[in-house]
Design a binder for this molecule. Structure first.
Ligand code: DAH
Length: 365
């Protein structure tokens, strides 16, 4: 018997006799691993004369593949044995009680977005969406915020290093107002939409997080005036907070994309030390005005920027922080906890997935 044959016989015997996957792996490393004996023999091929190589090459290659095949066959045999042994030892007791089903819950922000959609759908509004990565034309310029406008600096914008295909700066939208532009440039009026979603600003403290949520409202039609705006906001807030005694104050303000602009305050009273919307400023109560949202009549320039004739079409718009709305209704006091991903928080404040808000039930029920 040649040396090669002897080595092969020895190897195959050892492989067939291996009694565990570990033992088999040790054999594999010993024979055909990087430093293995057969691998060592293969390396000697390089130093042989062409004539020797012609004889030894096929022999050594044959040896190597015989050993590799034997190892693969043994490996699958041992694996099958291991599986059979495991199956024989495990029992499934169908009479055991079911384990606690892990269940998720709906984040208050998602819940509030559903509530908003429900309330506004009842008033004939559709839900519109826009991308979180915007261009500076839709986020700023088209909204009558030119490049030199101080509002651009105020927004603490996150910019991307690259420009988009049209050469516009790209950014994380700083508000949901660009959805106004997206809607007016793609839909024929009359328009009635709300646009809830994520917004981003480089800002972080107890009441600001770099990512937060807003809802935008937009109505474009003929003969729309501030009265429609006030009625819409009152109707929305009464339905959302589920009380009739919501009192609003429209305070003159300034936004580049509305003219006139108004900040909307609501009267709050103190209940157990907590600010709760409701009550009336004329009542003898301890309360005050709380700023809720920004709004106004859509600026004619914005309407024209979207290719519509501002002499024909007017409308109103508003923008409101959703996280704040959730805190006011459900009583959380730290905005940052919204986005910490703490299971205890979500278990406490989260909503059942089947608890879909409906107006008939009361949206917050
Ligand atoms: N986009 C404004 C902001 O983020 C909020 C806002 C104010 C939206 C007035 C509007 C509006 O649509 O009319 O501060």
């Amino acid at each position: 018997m040649s040396d090669t044959e002897k080595l092969q016989e020895e190897a195959l015997t050892a492989i067939v006799g291996a009694d565990s996957l570990d033992a088999l792996e040790t054999l594999r490393v010993g024979y055909i691993g990087k430093q293995g004996s057969i691998s060592g023999l293969m390396k000697t091929l390089g130093k042989m004369t062409p004539e020797e190589k012609q004889v030894q090459g096929p022999l050594l290659n044959g040896l190597r593949s015989a050993v590799a095949d034997a190892i693969a066959a043994k490996k699958s045999e041992l694996e099958t044995d291991a599986l059979n042994a495991q199956l024989a030892s495990e029992k499934l007791d169908m009479s055991l009680p079911a384990p606690d089903a892990p269940h998720g819950s709906i984040h208050p922000v998602s819940q509030v977005m559903e509530e908003l959609a429900e309330i506004f759908a009842d008033m004939g509004f559709a839900v519109a969406e826009g991308p979180e990565i915007e261009d500076d034309w839709r986020n700023f310029s088209a909204l009558n915020i030119p490049e030199t406008h101080p509002a651009r600096a105020m927004h603490d914008t996150f910019y991307f290093p690259d420009k988009d295909a049209e050469g516009r700066d790209m950014l994380l939208r700083t508000h949901t107002s660009p959805v106004q532009i997206r809607t007016m440039t793609t839909q024929e009026p009359p328009i009635r939409i709300i646009a809830p979603g994520r917004t981003f600003r480089s800002d972080s403290d107890a009441t600001h997080t770099p990512m937060f949520h807003q809802v935008e409202g937009l109505v474009i039609d003929k003969d729309i005036h501030l009265g429609h705006l006030k009625w819409t906001l009152e109707t929305f807030l009464k339905a959302y907070f589920e009380r009739e005694d919501i009192h609003l104050r429209l305070r003159p303000s300034y936004f580049p994309f509305t003219e006139p602009s108004a900040e909307v305050d609501a009267w709050y009273t103190l209940e157990k030390g907590r600010r709760v919307l409701g009550g009336h400023p004329d009542d003898a109560n301890e309360g005050g005005w709380m700023e809720l949202l920004g709004s106004g009549m859509v600026h004619p320039k914005v309407i024209a920027n979207c290719g519509l004739d501002p002499d024909v079409w007017q409308g109103f718009a508003f923008g409101c922080g959703i996280d704040r709305l959730a805190m006011l209704k459900y009583g959380m006091d730290d905005l940052r906890a919204f986005f910490d991903g703490d299971l205890r928080w979500i278990n406490h404040y989260g909503f059942d997935a089947l608890d879909v808000p409906t107006l008939s039930k009361g949206v917050g029920a």
